[in-house]
Write a protein that binds this ligand. Structure first.
Ligand SMILES: Cc1ncc(COP(=O)(O)O)c(C=O)c1O
Length: 427
């Protein structure tokens, strides 16, 4: 007799990540230009700096033994202190201003784990999370697992639209659901998937708006500030983080990562939590793994201390600025004649361009455009994945394009192939 294994309700409502198929396809068909993969530039990965740091750590027997031992659930305290000092420097405040935040900082397996843990700490089935429209589609997965509802709020070229956020809160209140709003998730720098950043003059007002609605809800609604692309600005440094504007230190959860600015292979991220979330998140993380890989933390501490990290970020800014310029130039050239029907963002940092096609064009895997793109030899991420399911069915006429992995020649060729497929579809 074959007995059936019953999986949990949480596992049953969790779909496989929407782009795993795309990653497989890119590996199987190397001739295809992948404007889809969310990887980083292969050629500029910091092999030498990492090898050197590893040799220094492991070349010292006692430091080597510490690095190869388990660490603590919160992570290396010296590294957490360095990260907080760097926040002080970024925000131009006197050294020591944020010192107490070291105890509220947790090192995680990428920022992915931090944002997962925050969801786990805050959300029960039926709870509501407000997200940008579009948002980082991978974040929608854990929400599905928690059984939470995601409601989207439009953005424009200045990021999250505060008027629309106000209307969304009003609509939620009018339905009697304000008590279910447990989190607002935003990516204020060079967002995935649009490349757009939150305007400086919206930052404090966003915090004030959420505080006001928290008061109305009778409970604090935290903001999860995912700044995965912080540091990768092609021009001036980013505006002050929402976290730095949260003087009470109670509303904003800051999530950052070494993945984009150094190496995703280290899979090291961190979060600075409001006091009330420290114990719950650490308890949950303890059950996940009782601590992030210690060796990766020691490597990160070494490259931060010896300046290699900052040199790498400086190099990457140049690499991605060059790639973005080459890609946008090719898009301008090939899509220029379709400009009245096709729109695209012009990122000032990060890895992404967001393209909008005429309504009615279906960019999904089963639509004619994706099939044409496969024939032409180019792939993208269908935009529909980046939209929360409420308040209306997600639009299907967008594409996320990334210039992270292909070289400049491949980006130009990818833009040409994409334009050919789009032209054949919309004409
Ligand atoms: C917006 C955003 N947040 C978080 C992550 C997670 O990255 P990691 O877990 O490698 O830090 C990514 C990765 O693509 C991202 O784009």
């Amino acid at each position: 007799m074959t007995l059936k294994t019953t999986i949990s309700a949480a596992a049953a409502r969790t779909a496989a990540p929407s782009i795993s198929g795309l990653m497989k396809l890119a590996l199987e068909r190397p001739e295809v230009v992948s404007l889809a993969a969310g990887f980083v530039d292969q050629g500029s990965l910091p092999v030498e700096a990492t090898a050197d740091a590893a040799a220094r750590i492991l070349g010292d027997e006692s430091a080597g033994r510490v690095a190869l031992q388990y660490g603590t659930t919160a992570g290396d305290e010296a590294l957490r202190a360095i990260l907080i000092e760097r926040l002080e420097a970024q925000h131009g405040v006197p050294p020591g201003t944020y010192r107490e935040a070291v105890g509220r900082t947790v090192l995680t397996n990428g920022s992915a784990q931090l944002i997962y843990l925050v969801g786990e700490a805050l959300l029960d089935p039926g709870d509501i999370v407000i997200v940008e429209s579009p948002t980082y589609f991978v974040f929608l997965g854990p929400l599905e697992t928690r059984g939470a509802r995601a409601i989207r709020v439009p953005i424009d070229e200045g990021g999250l639209r505060l008027d629309a956020l106000e209307r969304t809160f009003e609509a939620i209140r009018d339905r009697g659901e304000l008590g279910r709003v447990k989190l607002l998730y935003t990516i204020p720098e060079h967002a995935n998937p649009t490349g757009i950043s939150l305007a400086i003059d919206r930052r404090k007002p966003l915090l004030d708006l959420v505080r006001r609605w928290s008061a109305e809800a009778g409970r604090r609604i935290p903001i999860l500030e995912d700044s995965a692309y912080h540091g990768l600005s092609f021009g001036p440094e980013e505006a002050p983080s929402l976290w730095s504007l949260d003087e009470e230190r109670e509303t904003v959860i800051l999530a950052r990562t070494f993945s984009k600015t150094f190496s995703p292979g280290l899979k090291l991220g961190y979060g600075v939590l409001p006091p009330s979330l420290v114990d719950p998140v650490l308890a949950l993380k303890g059950n996940h793994d009782f601590g992030t890989a210690n060796l990766c933390q020691k490597l990160a501490r070494m490259v931060l201390a010896d300046g290699e990290y900052d040199r790498q970020v400086a190099r990457l800014k140049e690499v991605y600025a060059r790639k973005a310029a080459a890609f946008l130039e090719a898009i301008d050239a090939h899509f220029g004649p379709m400009r009245d029907r096709v729109a695209w963002t012009r990122p000032r940092g990060g890895l992404y361009v967001w393209m909008t096609l005429p309504e009615g064009v279906d960019t999904g895997f089963d639509g004619p455009l994706f099939r044409r793109c496969l024939d032409e030899g180019v792939i993208y991420v269908p935009g529909e994945f980046a939209f929360a399911p409420e308040p209306t069915p997600p639009p299907r006429n967008h594409m996320r394009l990334t210039f992270g992995v292909p070289d400049e020649a491949a980006l130009a060729e990818g833009a040409r192939r994409l334009a050919a497929a789009v032209r054949a579809t919309i004409e």
